[in-house]
Design a protein around this ligand. Structure first.
Ligand code: FMN
Length: 346
């Protein structure tokens, strides 16, 4: 018996001392967990800010999306048409100039979307005579005179009804899709075609994100050694990890957000993205299982030694993807009563 065990046994003979020992131990354990918060604070400090100069491409793209989204939103607001958007419009022009200076692609949908938004904004100001004092109109006009690319497909805003199709049958299909998706923990060894995953990721990109900043990425791992090394860092795949043919690592880039007030957004956007991805995979007959990334900082570093994540990328979850074993069994995992979830407030 070790000295520790002997001491512990002795302590149990004195209930008051034993209880005090337990309380102190629990409190020390709790204090030790502060390291998770310290890691979060450190990440916010390192990555969640937008410098006014020397912006990374991610920060530039994020700020551009953020600013032109304000204008896009203003263009669809119900009610009387009012003057709006002067500051965002100026910011968009500055950011587009930086885009050019950096030599970034002028075929990028973010760039083209910003130009289209400026066009629509200018047309609104002109047609509704909203900027009689010329607070911003001539500035936009002269900028757009030099940037003529028009892209019908990215024209904004657009009529939602033109995209809706047959809503009734879509809704019906969605009910079915939700009920067939379950976490699967047994896969065949058949490889998952990359095309199916690409298609699903494209659909996941349609998920909403805060100010349309789209911070998520998906790393696909099929190579046996890398996959096993990643799974060894994760605690929820025991008994089935060895059967997972494709492992996805879903990340969300905290660098897309401007300060600590947005510290939860990478996770919220990441969760929404992951859910759409799962449905998109299920809709193609593939099976998935989320794998939590509730790991200690050293395991997170371990993952970063295997995959080329940037410092600002946060891991949202790992996801097992594969073809389900025929006649696979899944837990029932009953859901709570809806009346305990939906609260009507009168
Ligand atoms: C963020 C997240 C992390 C999860 N982590 C694990 C995990 O590590 N291992 C596992 O077997 N299942 C994991 N799951 C799956 C849940 O256990 C499962 O979604 C839940 O029990 C409901 O069952 P269903 O997905 O079949 O509807 C996770 C789910 C989520 C959303």
């Amino acid at each position: 018996m070790t000295i520790r065990k002997i001491l512990k046994q002795k302590l149990t003979e004195f209930p008051m001392v034993w209880n005090a020992y337990q309380v102190v131990k629990t409190q020390i354990k709790r204090l030790w967990l502060l390291k998770y918060f310290l890691c979060d604070i450190s990440n916010v400090h390192r990555n969640m800010y937008w410098p006014s100069s020397n912006q990374s491409n991610l920060q530039l793209t994020s700020e551009l999306l953020f600013q032109f989204h304000k204008i896009e939103k203003g263009l669809v607001m119900p009610g009387p048409k009012r003057f709006f958007g002067q500051e965002p419009a100026r910011a968009v022009i500055n950011l587009l100039n930086t885009w050019h200076m950096k030599g970034l692609s002028v075929n990028d949908p973010v760039y083209l979307g910003a130009l289209e938004t400026l066009h629509s904004y200018m047309e609104r100001l002109q047609s509704e005579l909203l900027d009689k004092d010329d607070r911003v109109l001539s500035h936009i006009r002269s900028f757009l005179n030099n940037h003529t690319a028009r892209t019908e497909l990215l024209a904004t805003p657009y009529l939602l009804a033109s995209m809706n199709g047959d809503i009734a049958s879509n809704v019906h299909q969605f009910d079915g899709l939700v009920s067939i998706r379950r976490s699967v923990r047994s896969f065949t060894s058949v490889a998952v075609p990359l095309e199916l995953i690409k298609h699903a990721v494209g659909l996941a990109q349609q998920s909403p994100s805060a100010c349309n900043r789209q911070p998520c990425r998906v790393y696909l791992v099929t190579e046996e050694r890398k996959k096993n090394a990643l799974l060894a860092l994760q605690n929820g795949n025991k008994g089935f990890g060895h059967l997972i043919p494709t492992l996805a690592v879903i990340t969300s880039d905290s660098g897309a957000f401007f300060d600590a007030s947005e510290r939860h957004e990478p996770y919220i956007d990441g969760g929404l993205f992951s859910m759409t991805l799962m449905y998109a995979l299920s809709a193609q007959g593939l099976a998935t299982c989320c794998l939590n990334w509730c790991v200690s900082p050293d395991k997170d570093v371990g993952l970063r030694n295997i995959l080329p994540l940037t410092d600002s990328e946060l891991v949202i979850m790992l996801m097992a993807i594969g073809n389900p074993e025929p006649n696979v069994l899944v837990p029932r995992s009953p859901r709570k009563l809806t009346e305990n979830v939906l609260i009507e407030v009168f």
